[in-house]
Design a protein around this ligand. Structure first.
Ligand SMILES: Cc1cc2nc3c(=O)[nH]c(=O)nc-3n(C[C@H](O)[C@H](O)[C@H](O)COP(=O)(O)O)c2cc1C
Length: 312
């Protein structure tokens, strides 16, 4: 695995908010990506969508992921002022969620290659030299078109691709099948491998198969230090400090009620697998204020100080 091998925080709606991205940055992630944002909502001036583009200055480089299917709308969305803080843009062509697919977005574009190509070219042109990546799945129900789709992305102007090595039909079941990685890696642009990555050994294997990096999604939830582990670097992670920092960062942009709601799932992720952590996560679920979430967390770590920090 060369020094060029990159680690990427995969986009996850509802999870990879700017605060979580900033915390992953503390643990050496090479690239972060926002949650997917509707290009249409951005162009129409939707306040929440535009607010989702806030990012911490130190979280750099970072890409904004957009979804849509109208080339002109997608191109316009990357030209709004809020987008200028991002170093690049990623187009979502992999989302399997029914609501997204039925609107012609996300993985629906796997079934409309000419339109997918037009979306990529239009966004690339609008980015005026900034890098563009495309994230997609192996295919709808099999992987027979995956190499051709990857080539199309390169020919249409993508600078690199992130491939989730599952089909849409698989959703999140089964395991990622990396058998096509060597072929896809030969198309001429860097390939970021995605799906079930959780160890440095896996990164070494994927690097040998031709990947230029890995994108990690679920494995990083509650465990932002995973990026240090993947890079073979030492780290110290204080779980309570991370929870408090996460909440404090979110308060910069959202009001307390929203932050309390957002923190519920993050607290569950940070406490996952810790003995007796589940009862705190369950208590947090019915909280209305941030204090009702943070106080039980503080008590938990006072009671079990040995669970508070993870070092390697
Ligand atoms: C809760 C959740 C939300 C996700 N949201 C997005 C998204 O907004 N955009 C996207 O391209 N993929 C999204 N994904 C897919 C992930 O980016 C990633 O491709 C997938 O989880 C496989 O990687 P993993 O095994 O490392 O989790 C999401 C996945 C999860 C679990």
């Amino acid at each position: 695995m060369s020094a060029e091998f990159k680690t990427v925080l995969a986009p996850m709606a509802g999870y990879t908010d700017f605060a979580f991205r900033a915390i992953c940055r503390d643990y050496g992630v090479d690239l972060t990506v926002t949650e997917m944002v509707s290009s249409k909502a951005l162009v129409m001036g939707n306040a929440l969508s535009r607010r989702m583009l806030y990012r911490e200055g130190a979280d750099k480089p970072s890409f904004c992921q957009i979804f849509g299917h109208e080339p002109n709308v997608m191109a316009a969305s990357v030209q709004i002022p809020e987008m200028s803080v991002y170093e690049g843009v990623d187009i979502n062509m992999g989302c399997p969620v029914r609501k997204i697919v039925s609107s012609g977005d996300g993985s629906a574009l796997l079934e409309n290659v000419p339109l997918a190509s037009r979306c990529i070219s239009a966004v690339k042109l609008a980015l005026k030299g900034k890098p563009l990546s495309v994230k997609f799945r192996l295919g709808v129900s099999d992987s027979s078109q995956a190499v051709d789709f990857a080539k199309m992305c390169a020919d249409s102007g993508a600078d690199f691709i992130t491939v989730h090595f599952r089909t849409r039909k698989q959703m999140y079941s089964g395991s990622a099948d990396y058998s096509l990685l060597p072929k896809i890696a030969k198309i001429g642009i860097p390939v970021i491998a995605n799906g079930d990555v959780a160890s440095r050994e896996q990164c070494l294997r994927l690097s040998d198969m031709g990947a230029s990096g890995v994108a990690v999604g679920r494995g990083a939830l509650g465990r932002p230090y995973l990026f240090s582990e993947l890079q073979g670097k030492s780290f110290r992670f204080d779980v309570l400090d991370a929870i408090v920092r996460h909440a404090e960062l979110l308060l910069k942009v959202f009001d307390e009620r929203v932050v309390a709601n957002e923190m519920k799932k993050h607290v569950a992720a940070y406490l996952k697998g810790k003995r007796n952590g589940k009862s705190v996560a369950i208590a947090a679920m019915s909280a209305h204020t941030l204090a009702e979430i943070l106080t039980p967390c503080r008590i938990f770590f006072e009671t079990y100080p040995d669970l508070r920090s993870i070092e390697q």
